[in-house]
Design a protein around this ligand. Structure first.
Ligand code: TV1
Ligand code: CA
Ligand code: ZN
Length: 393
């Protein structure tokens, strides 16, 4: 099938659950779980399922969710019922318990199932890695990096990444977390603020007053209290609008290269939020599928156990393109893909009104003006170099 074969002695596992994809945050809400269905059908249309181990992920148990989240929060999440919110109150600021029920984190039918399926996929991926059955495990339904121990935030209710990394930490002395979503990975950063066993790195649009969540300045590298082993183990790469593939790739190589040399992780967890692509409904960057995928390629070449998580991504056809390309990078068949999207697939209608012959790499959307200077990017690399002087592996 399209010449896509399973590489010998090298296993990729793919974790998803169609039940997760049926949920709705609300008509106008930017988070569309069906983008996962769209991504998966494109991945399958290219024949990639024959080159991976495919698993229907299970729902994480209450105990598994409680490895990170507070039981007060989980109990509330398990019992709240969606209440229709009067239109005129929707954007006001009601006293939200655990930040649930506002416009970013609405209560919807089946919310608890949606959350436990997302976390279940991430945990299954982590366990395939720790049992050495997979070299790369893919969980596009995960990557919900804003959720806190006892609080929902930014479309995220359960932090599947933290739960999966905690599992990795049972087997690996050090884990590197990398986050290429356009938003700051604040929930994961905070969860590991006081340990030197996880280094978190987030690349994001940074504008404290105008872009969510407003955290993640270059100088914020973990609480610098005297006895905090986690000090200096949070790396932040704050960026401006319009960053290009060339600049992003240059930064990624310089930043991640130094970190891997110094920190010597046993495994990598990569959050691949696709809202850093050009043309994203909420994003601000100019990344193309190639530039976004180059980060995955870079991590694969480190030859360390790797988990790929999803995350943001609000222009569903572009999300499907990026995660399809990145699945092919995990397998190592990216050079064998037809640049034209496979015809006659059930998803074809979604792409039809783009152009007559839609391609995998040509994404939708106008480029934005690039507001990142080389001078600033060099400063960022310099800061990371200095920060790493405090880190010992
Ligand atoms: C309902 C309907 C909710 C339309 C939310 C954009 C909507 C947004 C909506 C939206 C929207 C945000 C804030 C403001 C905090 C609020 C999965 C003070 C057109 C990982 C989360 C972004 C990103 C949250 C999640 C952000 C992820 N932006 N339309 N909401 N308040 N929230 O700014 O990192 O991608 O925008
Ligand atoms: Ca990020
Ligand atoms: Zn995001």
């Amino acid at each position: 099938e399209a010449g896509i074969t399973r590489p010998r002695g090298y296993n990729v596992s793919f974790h998803c659950n169609p039940d997760m994809e049926q949920h709705h945050f609300g008509q106008t809400h930017p988070m569309k779980p069906w983008r996962l269905t769209l991504s998966k059908s494109l991945i399958y249309s290219y024949g990639m399922s024959f080159a991976m181990d495919n698993y229907i992920s299970r729902a994480a148990t209450y105990e598994e969710l409680a490895s990170f989240h507070s039981t007060d929060y989980l109990d509330f999440l398990g019992t709240v019922l969606p209440e229709p919110i009067p239109r005129d109150l929707e954007n006001q600021n009601p006293d939200l318990k655990f930040n649930l029920g506002g416009s970013d984190c609405p209560l919807f039918e089946g919310l608890y199932d949606y959350c436990s399926l997302s976390a279940g996929g991430a945990l299954d991926a982590a366990r395939k890695i720790t049992s050495k059955q997979s070299d790369i495990a893919v969980a596009w339904g995960g990557g919900l990096h804003h959720a806190k121990k006892a609080e929902a935030s930014g479309f995220c209710y359960i932090n599947d990444i933290v739960i999966a990394v905690l599992e990795l930490l049972r087997y690996y002395p050090r884990v590197l977390y990398i986050d290429i979503d356009v938003h700051h990975g604040d929930g994961v950063e905070e969860a590991f603020f006081s340990t030197d066993r996880v280094m978190t790195v987030s690349f994001h649009k940074y504008d404290p007053n105008n872009f969510f969540p407003g955290t993640g300045a270059l100088e914020d590298n973990g609480p610098k209290s005297e006895h905090n082993p986690g000090a200096h183990h949070a790396v932040n790469v704050p960026l401006n609008d319009g960053i290009t593939d060339e600049q992003y790739g240059w930064l990624f190589d310089k930043v991640i290269g130094q970190i891997v040399d110094k920190f010597r992780p046993g495994a990598i967890a990569l959050q691949c939020g696709a809202d850093s692509l050009a043309g994203d409904r909420l994003g601000r960057f100019n990344l193309q599928v190639q530039g976004h995928g180059a980060c995955v390629e870079y991590c694969r070449k480190m030859n360390l156990p790797l988990i790929l998580f999803g995350g943001g991504g609000y222009t569903p056809r572009n999300v499907a393109r990026a995660w399809t390309y990145e699945t092919s990078i995990a397998i190592g068949c990216q050079d064998k893909l037809d640049p034209l999207l496979p015809p006659h697939a059930p998803w074809r209608d979604h792409f039809r009104h783009e152009t007559l012959f839609p391609t995998l790499e040509q994404i939708l959307g106008e480029p934005r003006q690039n507001r990142n200077t080389q001078k600033r990017l060099t400063e960022i690399v310099q800061h990371v170099t200095e920060q790493l002087r405090f880190v010992e592996a």
